[in-house]
Design a protein around this ligand. Structure first.
Ligand code: NAG
Ligand code: NAG
Ligand code: NAG
Ligand code: NAG
Ligand code: NAG
Length: 401
């Protein structure tokens, strides 16, 4: 009797757990958020008079807003200036202190990267505060530097779904500014999300995600790449394994629109010394290592010369891009002796490059396929090969004699 009641309790517990599982299901899918492109018409249709939307809870389908949030249409003018709509026909503009947010179902402990397109409207300093509640992580993204001549850029920001998030997280974009002109304020479009995976650590390479294949969401038809702004926390990086330790962004590029040395993704270094990616890799103290990587041209009319500064432990090497005739990349290496259990590797562009076609978009050298391996191994293989050949020769001589 006691046994059977115990058993039925267990059965019930299982059923409850299953139900809870179902309720918690439907986690957000990779890709565009609900109306993330702001192309779904509001209940009253898109207003051609571009009237500012009120504080109503869901004036923009799928989103909550607070403050002056305005749906704008491509071609719409403001003070003689045509407003930029990054994709499609519509986007939103955030007025002073205004915010839009959307709740997404997430898995506790997982890392998510949010990709969004942003543009500024007026000449003033503009920025966007991207945050997630309830965990409270946030980052203010400076929109002062426009990296592409189109006048807008895509950015990525990552967060970890915390214990407190209880399956739901509210992703919010807020304009922290207080401009005199309330019609100023950043424009947002194309908001997407992607659950990131920790890439496997390859056996013969100490670098995590050295091929840059795992990272922020990119639309297949996204042609400008994704800017990865400063992020010192390697646990929550839109580029797993790597940090962007400079105050300027680096660009995450894809092989559909850029020349990428290997696979589908790579990093284009922008803004000279102000765009640095780095990683602490596991090493054994006092052992010789080789850092190797591909150094390329993105095929984006970037004006040469291109060069990177590559760091590995206490070694630094300036490497110029000089590929063989037809290739868009070359391989380069830096030899170093590890001094500790962890060694920093880092890259920045030696020059400040711009594109030769528009003279203003920032560009730079491409880095891909980064490896750090013990250089002992190679020498040993070579050594034993020599030994075998040597022995073989000796045997031949012996037989001949
Ligand atoms: C709207 O924003 C204001 C100012 O930032 C804030 O005080 C208020 O609590 C917000 N309202 C909601 C419903 O979030
Ligand atoms: C950004 O927003 C979050 C959440 O609203 C807030 O906690 C944080 O202080 C804000 N950061 C800045 C720099 O305004
Ligand atoms: C890019 O693709 C998305 C989704 O497939 C689509 O909604 C959008 O209109 C496309 N943008 C361009 C510029 O083709
Ligand atoms: C360079 O590419 C062209 C056209 O693809 C080809 O005809 C030529 O043989 C290539 N040259 C070398 C050195 O690979
Ligand atoms: C690193 O060492 C390897 C041999 O282990 C050598 O072939 C290579 O040229 C060295 N690289 C540099 C940049 O000195």
């Amino acid at each position: 009797m006691v046994w059977s009641s115990m058993r039925s309790k267990w059965v019930w517990l299982c059923v409850l757990l299953l139900l809870a599982d179902f309720a918690a299901g439907q986690v957000v899918q990779d890709g565009l958020l609900n109306n993330g492109d702001f192309e779904t018409p509001p209940s009253g249709g898109f207003s051609s008079s571009s009237a500012a939307l009120g504080d109503g809870p869901s004036t923009i389908p799928g989103w909550k807003s607070n403050g002056t949030v305005e749906l704008i249409e491509s071609g719409q003018k403001q003070g003689g200036m045509i407003l930029i709509v990054p994709q499609g026909r519509h986007a939103v503009r955030l007025g002073n202190d205004a915010e839009i947010s959307q709740e997404v179902r997430v898995e506790k402990g997982s890392i998510y990267s949010v990709t969004f397109a942003a543009a500024r409207t007026c000449a003033q300093l503009e920025s966007l505060n991207v945050s997630v509640l309830p965990s409270g992580a946030s980052q203010t993204i400076d929109l002062q530097t426009v990296y592409s001549v189109q006048g807008w850029d895509s950015y990525a920001w990552a967060f970890q779904a915390g214990e407190g998030d209880n399956g739901g997280a509210t992703v919010a974009f807020k304009n922290p500014g207080m401009e005199d002109d309330p019609t100023c304020g950043p424009i947002i479009d194309d908001v997407a999300i992607k659950k990131l995976f920790a890439p496997d650590k390859p056996k013969d390479n100490a670098v995590v995600n050295g091929d840059f294949e795992e990272g922020a969401w990119m639309f297949r038809n996204e042609s400008l790449g994704i800017l990865l702004p400063t992020n010192l926390d390697e646990e929550t990086s839109s580029l797993p394994g790597w940090i962007v330790e400079s105050n300027r962004a680096v660009r995450y590029i894809d092989s559909y629109h850029f020349a990428v040395p290997q696979g589908k993704r790579a990093i284009e270094l922008l803004s000279g010394k102000e765009g640095i990616i780095s990683q602490m890799v596991e090493t054994k103290a006092n052992k010789p290592y080789q850092l190797s990587f591909s150094l390329g041209h993105a095929g984006d009319s970037c004006k040469q010369p291109l060069a990177v500064m590559a760091f590995a432990g206490d070694q630094a090497q300036n490497i110029h891009y000089t590929p063989n005739s037809n290739s868009t990349f070359q391989t380069a290496d830096v030899n170093f002796t590890a001094k500790a259990e962890r060694t920093r590797i880092a890259f920045f562009s030696v020059y400040y490059n711009t594109r030769s076609d528009d003279m203003s978009s920032l560009c730079g050298p491409v880095v891909d396929d980064v490896r750090v391996a013990l250089s002992m191994g190679k020498r040993n293989v070579f050594g034993s090969f020599q030994l075998v050949v040597g022995l073989g020769l000796a045997l031949c001589c012996f037989v001949l004699v």
